[in-house]
Design a binder for this molecule. Structure first.
Ligand SMILES: [Zn+2]
Length: 368
């Protein structure tokens, strides 16, 4: 038995961003806060939103850090209180969307951003309209958000049905301005989401189908999107792949590669997608030993087996300029034990179908 439920209303396609006002008019939002990454302020997208929605937009909050902090969240909730907000429009990559979701929950529940760190009820939040401008995080269709506790060097995942955006407006045209590095780092995360969903305890036939299609789209299009930033077909396929992977892991959660990524990001500043991709090949092969069906999924994605998929994944990383070894990440081999220990503490490690002990996790790292 399984259940699939994703409540996000999705508007997908080239040019859908121009219909923002029409989509927003389905709701009675008279007071909205826009949360935007700096690049969307600079590119003029925020101005387009303001001219489209007029005085319904009460404030714009930008300057969201790549790993959004409690201070970023607090800046958003302050504007929500000041303007009695009905909704928040998040435009940008995962950081803008995650910070908006966290603020939407804090505001609705009357708690501070810092209180979110050990809060576990995310059933209620202010409605979020998510407009992704990168292909990767898929935060526009998931009930999760990650915020950083800088003081304690922790990345805290927030999970709850209230964190699903009300609507996602996914326009691949908005990704045409992504830099090569953003394209690579966020694009590789699409494959991490898809394969983590396949290797999750909570996988089901619907999430598997979405994940396989998502992985195939990313394997087939990431290199082109990286080398030819204005290739509309590649950009469209990456946006679609990202969203489908999100629809998969919105049900299953993420598993091994994400569980191992948090410490790499919070302690060594490795960007999220690159941190997940660092160990993904290993997790997929390890998981295929527990569930041989993963070899069939690898074939459906376009490879002979889980192993060949893992090799192809590492080749793809090189082609898009991502690092693959501890040495390249400038991490000392003497840190391996600590990384293994911290990775095992992540909640999503329990969601990985292969349950490894610390020496095996350390062994995985030693091969890097
Ligand atoms: Zn991710």
């Amino acid at each position: 038995m399984f259940t699939y439920n994703n409540p996000v209303k999705i508007h997908f396609g080239q040019g859908v961003f121009a219909r923002l006002n029409e989509f927003i008019n389905e709701y009675d939002y008279e007071s909205m806060i826009v949360v935007a990454s700096n690049s969307q302020v600079e590119s003029g997208v925020v101005n387009l939103i303001k001219s489209d929605l007029g005085d319904k937009v009460k404030a714009v909050v930008s300057g969201i850090e790549p790993n959004p902090t409690t201070q970023n969240v607090e800046a958003i909730t302050q504007e929500m209180y000041a303007h009695n907000a009905h909704a928040v429009i998040a435009v940008g990559g995962g950081s803008a969307m995650d910070a908006s979701k966290a603020a939407a929950a804090a505001y609705m529940q009357g708690i501070s951003a810092v209180d979110l760190l050990d809060h576990d009820d995310f059933t209620k939040a202010l409605p979020v309209i998510a407009i992704p401008t990168t292909s990767g995080s898929a935060s526009e269709v998931t009930p999760t958000g990650v915020i950083s506790d800088k003081e304690n060097e922790l990345k805290i995942p927030l999970i709850g049905a209230g964190l699903y955006p009300k609507a996602a407006i996914v326009d691949p045209e908005l990704t045409l301005t992504c830099t090569q590095s953003v394209t690579a780092i966020s694009g590789i995360d699409v494959i991490c989401h898809a394969l983590d969903a396949l290797g999750a305890m909570k996988n089901n036939p619907v999430s598997d189908s979405l994940a396989v299609r998502a992985a195939r789209l990313a394997f087939d299009n990431l290199e082109t999107a990286y080398n030819e930033p204005s290739n509309r077909e590649a950009r469209r396929n990456m946006s679609l792949g990202s969203m489908l992977a999100g629809l998969a892991f919105s049900q299953t959660g993420t598993s091994g590669s994400h569980a191992m990524s948090y410490y790499l990001t919070s302690h060594y500043d490795v960007p999220h997608g690159e941190a997940c991709a660092f160990s993904l090949d290993e997790w997929f092969v390890i998981n295929s030993k527990v569930n041989p069906e993963l070899n069939q999924h690898a074939m459906d994605i376009g490879f002979d087996s889980a192993e060949t998929l893992g090799q192809a994944f590492n080749d793809l990383k090189k082609k898009v300029g991502l690092r693959s070894t501890l040495a390249e990440l400038e991490i000392e081999r003497s840190d391996i034990d600590k990384i293994a220990e911290e990775s095992l503490k992540s909640a999503n490690m329990k969601n990985n179908i292969a349950q490894l002990e610390k020496p095996e996790v350390a062994g995985l790292l030693k091969r890097k």
